[in-house]
Structures are given as C-alpha cells and as structure tokens.
Design a protein around this ligand. Sequence first.
Ligand code: PLP
Length: 385
Amino acid sequence: MDLNLDRVIDNLNSLRAHLNTGTGILAVVKSNAYGHGLTPLVQTLAPHVQYFGVANLTEALAIRDLGIALPILIFGHLGPHEVARALEWDLTVSVSDLAYGGWVQEEASRIGVNAKVHVKIDTGMGRFGFPAADAVADILALSRMSRLKLEGLYTHFSQAELANDTITEDQIQQFDFCHRLLRKEGLVFEWVHASNSAGIIQYPHAQFNMVRPGLALYGCHTVPYLRDKISLKPVMSLKARWVLIKTMKRGQAIGYGRSHILSRDTNIGILPVGYGHGYPFALSDRAKVLYRGRTYPVVGRVSMDYIAVDLGPENAVQVGDRVTLIGSEGGARLLAEDLAALAGTIPYELLTGLNPSIERVCRDKIITRPAATPDAIRALSNPAL
Ligand SMILES: Cc1ncc(COP(=O)(O)O)c(C=O)c1O
C-alpha cells in the first residue's frame, strides 16, 4: 500500500476551507486510521489538529505509545478494567448515561485523578447518548459528580450525507437546544461538536466549535455527489506485482467454483492479493485493475491470497511489474468508493478491512511492515532468541 501523506494535509486544508475561523478539528483515526495505518496517519495529523477520536482503549493507547500527548476522545464504552487505565493515560471518555458516569466517577476517585469527559447526546442516531428529551436534567446531575470534568458536549449524525435533510436539521436543533439550556444553567463546555465529514460539507451551521472528520481526511467521499462540493485526494493506493503470467486456452476455468470459463485463448496474470488482505470477495468477476494506464478485468473468484486478471491474447506483461488495484495510473483511476459500490458495500468497510499486515510504503520507503517477520516467528517458537 502506498501512502501519499502530503495529501492528508491537502484534505485537511480543503475541509478547513469549509470551516469558520477557529473551529477545532478532531481527526477520527479509529480502525487503524480507516485502514491506512495508525502510526503514519497520526504522526502526520498531530501537528495540525486539536484532538484525535478513536473507538476504544487499545487504539488510544497505541497513539500514546507513539509519544503523542494530544487529547484523545474514546467514542465507545469502556469495559470494567479499562476506565482506570484510560484515566491514567489522560484519555477523554465519552459518557452517555448516568450509571456509566457514576462508575467513571468512582474509578477516578479510587485512583485519585479527575476524568476528562465528553458528554454524548442522542439526537437521532439511536445508539449511545443521553436521549435528547431528558438530557439536560441528567447532564446537570452528571456535572455534580466531583471527579468528572465535563470538557465536551457532542452528538452524532445518522445521515448527514443527505442534503437539506429534515432529520439532520432536527438533530442539529435538538443538540443546539440542549446546549443552550445547559449554558443557561451555567455549564460551559470547552468543545462542542456534531459534524462528521459529510456534516462539515452539507451543514455549515452545525460546526459549533469543533468538527470530527474521518473519511474525508483520507481523501474519500461518503457519497459520489459530494465530489462536486469538495476536492479531496485519495491518500492510499493499493498496489501489487504480477507473480505469475500464464497462457491459457479457451474453455479453461479460473479459480474456485470454476465461476469463469475463458471464452478465448488469453494470458492470465496472478496478483498476490485476496480477501485475506481485505480485497472483497464480492469483487469476484467484477473488478478491474490498472496496469500501464489500462484497465484489465479480474476473472474468477477472489480467493484468500490471489486474484487472476485477464490480460488478453497479445499482452506482454513482465512478472514483477506493479499493478494498481486502488488508485490512479496514467490518467485512469480506481477509487475506493467506486470499488466499494461495485462490491455492494461502503468505502468505510472496504478501507477498514485492508489488512494491517500489508506493508505501508511512503516515498518508496517501507514505513510499517507485516508483524510476522521470519525473526519474529523464530522468536515466538523459541523465546530464548
Ligand atoms: C462519533 C464519530 N464521529 C465522527 C466520525 C467520522 O465520520 P466520517 O468518517 O463519516 O467523517 C465517526 C465515524 O464513524 C464517528 O463514529
């Protein structure tokens, strides 16, 4: 996988052009930075954003392990043994109900720290969050828990990719209403946030004082029609090299289930990428790859480790040459969002499914390697090594 990390900054700048001056940015880097690789993405983003957002404690600690002291909000609920660790590492926890808040309060006083908290309001997502109708009384009760420092207030949109959507407008209004009432009661939050990538682009009046882009940072559009509204550049390209080229005869079958029978004599190229790497099985007999600026069809089923490509009868292909599975080459491009649509899924699933063990390469240098090197495997079987 090639990463063009300059593009992360370009995408941040494109997003900033949609923001009011001074609006903070919480960069969402959960699920291995949307499959791109947590380390390079976090290191690139850290100097340019106010906050990171992750799904769980493991992801937050991985950022702290890199020596990054920036505030990190954990969106998800923490397990019984996780709250204390989160607080020890100065991580910000989301609180969505009073019982959980009480528990964070207990853990904080047990270990003698204050807990930084962002309070979540459910305005229509139907998952975490104080239900908006009763949120104010409950959040005031939360504010009386002495160890909780209520630093942030937030909500999450369920369909901000839709333009002029009454549901999203209603979510914004409910959130704004709660926020105003809480202010009247004397509760002032340092950070107030609602918008994800699509929200930033479609609902400029919902910026409050921080936004939470994820997908857009990586240069991917939530839905195709947002392409006209913001220019984003894909940060990642997925590449592989031909490992085998063979001439095959008309009538021969390719791969598991013999789903593809060749209709002519042709050359078949094999690439060492399969669903084990996150290349969806649903792309069997559907996707195309780019080689020397031309597209070629994937034929037969995607298997765990390989795909087969029909190169045509005439093709002169070199084993070892690089091929693009996601990305652009010679003016042609295969976007992650288009490939996801072809696979009947969303770009989020396609990107986060890309296996962390794929090498990440930046400017021709390997920046993260597969964990299982021969030395690591030998050390596992012989801990004395
Ligand atoms: C709470 C929260 N905020 C923001 C985001 C970012 O959303 P997007 O990737 O659509 O920008 C996510 C992603 O799922 C999220 O869970």
